[in-house]
Ligand binder design. Sequence first.
Ligand code: 5AD
Ligand code: SF4
Length: 455
Amino acid sequence: MARKYLIETYGCQMNAHDSERMAGLLEQAGYEATSDAADAEVVVINTCSVREHAEDKLYTRLGELRVLAQEGGHNPIVVVAGCVAQQEGGSLLKRSPGVADVIVGTQAIKRLPMLVERAMATRRPAIDLDPFEDVTFPLGITRRSDPVKAYVTIIEGCNEFCSFCVVPYTRGNERMRPKADILADARDAAASGRKELQLLGQIVNHYEAPDDPSCDFTALVEAIHEIDGIERIRFSSPHPRHFSRAFLEAMQRLPKICRHLHLPAQSGSSQILQAMRRRYSRESYLELVHTIRELLPDVALSTDIIVGFPGETDADFEDTLSLTREAQFHSMFSFKYSQRPNTLADKRMPDDVPESVKTRRIVELQALQHTIQSAINARTVGQTVQVMVDAASRRLDTELSGRTSQNVVVNLPGSADWIGRTVPVRIERAGPHSIWGQVSLTDAPTEPTLQNAGN
Ligand code: 5AD
Ligand code: SF4
């Protein structure tokens, strides 16, 4: 019987994709997936350290695995991967003695099977935190977890060094993946039936092909747009300061690029933005928002905001509220500032906004955003929107969910064999986080993507 593995993933899409790669590597080495830790010879915990709360989840989980070992007598090889592995390295062994067997850094995942074998053979911890410039990954190994959507990495690491952010320390310096490898990966995803690509990079719109000096992010997306079978292209996360007008004009021409841009603002105060080392001001951010609105009026914007960054005053926070009102985001991820090891803010700026103030600010910001996005979603009632169906509802087997090009979640009745199709949906009801409707064949009878709706 094949040996079993389980991968548990925390954090961002980059981690989700690394887990798909690690799953593929373990399967190539003869392992089979299981969803039960008690059944697994290898348990990989793919960790996140972007905020302290995310990091704490690792220690909780390691504690649970220790109990499983002590009480259940089950002692799998425990691998700690991801950003906490890179950040803490061997000190994890001191913090959780006897639990972690392999610590694999963010740049060393291709060596995972070898490290697992070594730990099994020697019964001693195997650690690899080395930086690797090489960003190649063998084609066809990744075990993609979604039948409709596929992640494709285009850049690894980050050189931006925003003062709050641990990523440049945990994921290393920025490395561009060759254009030829990206296109091969994207074609492979299309050939396996994936309809939507999600291009990944810490600053995805900073792309410059190492194998083609004339290919920037715009040219790369144009090349990907040519791939038959791919219907939608998304990307995360861009940096506001790296958007070119040429890219926005390409979006006007290229219909497969989804009408959604994630523009992490982080703050609405120019002073805080400067302390964050974001290298744009409130004014230039809002100018970008207005340019997007002018060139691409149907584009939905989303953002990330941090409240309670060191030195943030009530007036700075008011600037964040007014930027939120002005930008009219379709959705927002908001976070209380959390001090992270090694960062510039950690070294130079005391975490001086009291927890109670951070809480008050985040509650106020989320209430404002709730009102804004409820109103935006309410305007879709009565409209017919194109929805790519991507999942069956977890609660009702007759309910499906999907997304509009703007990335709004739509719930609709239907059968699971619609997954992967794009259908016109007439919206009947809207809430703050999703909208509801029914497939409407009369509303858009000539819609080309409906051609495959009867298969
Ligand atoms: N504290 C709070 N939020 C953070 N983020 C990144 N670092 C921190 C931190 N130290 C948020 C940013 C980023 C998102 C992925 O996580 O908003 O865009
Ligand atoms: Fe972190 Fe800034 Fe790089 Fe984003 S751009 S990963 S926030 S350092």
